[in-house]
Design a protein around this ligand. Structure first.
Ligand code: ATP
Ligand code: SF4
Length: 320
């Protein structure tokens, strides 16, 4: 079995607002094996984007990484200086952003934007090498060579997103984090861009963390699925097993709330209100909505434990 490329241990990311600390990521632990595609799902506000931004060390005040480790290929990203982290981005990990239009420079041609990251990392390229690199990157994301000489506004949303995908792989990182990369696109284009990301992942042997709400897309795309709720990790396992036999009551509700047709679709949410992350409930954060809760659940926080090989759950029902 392959070694984990990423180990996140007891990660805590809080936002300090006037009313107190918003515990957006609270004591999250998981491993990601090399070359694996993992989906990260959860209702709005569960901490998915904060998790992604923490991995990229992009958390800005009032946010702060309060504790824990994020070990990528043996290096704890939490401990890196700003300069070391700048060197690590693109070389080791990269992000495909949510909105391509905001991520691209409107007044810079695509070819320049594609090599910009490489130049920033001190890679020296002759004119011919630059052209070859750009052509190869465009080909890899299924864009025509003529796109090199175009500006972002001349491209459709799907094409712009492909450019951000090309940027993310420009230095062949080990890990790509894609935060709802296709949510702004229409469904057909979404599928096509996802197919490109999928093909690249296989071709380059990348590890991928895909953040999203679309369980159907997850079922088709990722081999492992991680479920967050109120800043905490509830369950992680092989996607097939999670759909077939969800162990955590929250995952069970998520999956049973999907349209019945092969349990695919965007989850509509489940009854009840997500708790405040300023004052999360004592014990299990899900106890206020859990149909299976009992006395212990409001008194003690369940440990995130390996209930079955490769299957991690935070629920007293599955604590040995
Ligand atoms: P969505 O699916 O809507 O993108 P998410 O699961 O990605 O949601 P986050 O955006 O990570 O969730 O937010 C987690 C929590 O942190 C939320 O309660 C949110 O209000 C809070 N939060 C996020 N950014 C900030 C900020 N800059 N200042 C204060 N609170 C914040
Ligand atoms: Fe429900 Fe209790 Fe399990 Fe939490 S620990 S998910 S409240 S049964």
């Amino acid at each position: 079995m392959s070694e984990p490329i990423l180990q996140v241990k007891n990660l805590k990311v809080y936002y300090y607002v006037e009313a107190g600390a918003v515990k957006a990521v609270d004591d999250v632990t998981f491993d990601l094996d090399d070359g694996t595609k993992m989906g990260l799902v959860g209702e709005s506000g569960s901490g998915k984007s904060t998790m992604a931004q923490a991995l990229m060390r992009m958390i800005k005040p009032p946010g702060k990484i309060e504790g824990g480790e994020m070990i990528l290929d043996g290096v704890d990203l939490v401990k890196l200086s700003t300069e070391q982290m700048r060197q690590t981005k693109l070389r080791k990990l990269a992000m495909i952003p949510q909105g391509a239009m905001n991520a691209l420079n409107p007044v810079m041609r695509i070819d320049h934007q594609l090599v910009d990251g490489m130049l920033d990392h001190g890679v020296t390229l002759s004119k011919q090498e630059r052209e070859e690199r750009v052509a190869r990157l465009l080909e890899m994301v299924d864009l025509a060579p003529k796109v090199a000489k175009m500006y972002p506004h001349e491209l459709s949303g799907g094409m712009q997103q492909r450019v951000t995908v090309a940027q993310s792989i420009s230095m062949e990182p080990d890990l790509i984090i894609a935060d709802e990369p296709t949510s702004a696109l229409d469904v057909v284009i979404q599928r096509q861009v996802m197919e490109t990301i999928n093909n690249l992942q296989e071709r380059l042997g990348l590890s991928l963390i895909l953040i999203g709400h679309d369980m159907g897309l997850m079922a088709q795309t990722v081999s492992r699925l991680a479920v967050m709720y109120a800043g905490r990790m509830m369950e992680i396992g092989a996607t097939y097993d999670m759909f077939r036999d969800p162990l955590h009551p929250y995952t069970q509700l998520l999956i049973s709330s999907l349209p019945v047709l092969a349990n695919k679709g965007v989850f509509a949410g489940i009854p009840g209100i997500t708790p405040s992350l300023l004052n999360p409930p004592e014990g299990c954060v899900f106890h206020t909505r859990c149909p299976k809760a009992w006395d212990l659940c409001s008194q003690s926080t369940p440990k995130f434990t390996e209930a079955q090989p490769g299957r991690w759950v935070a629920c007293h029902l599955h604590t040995a």
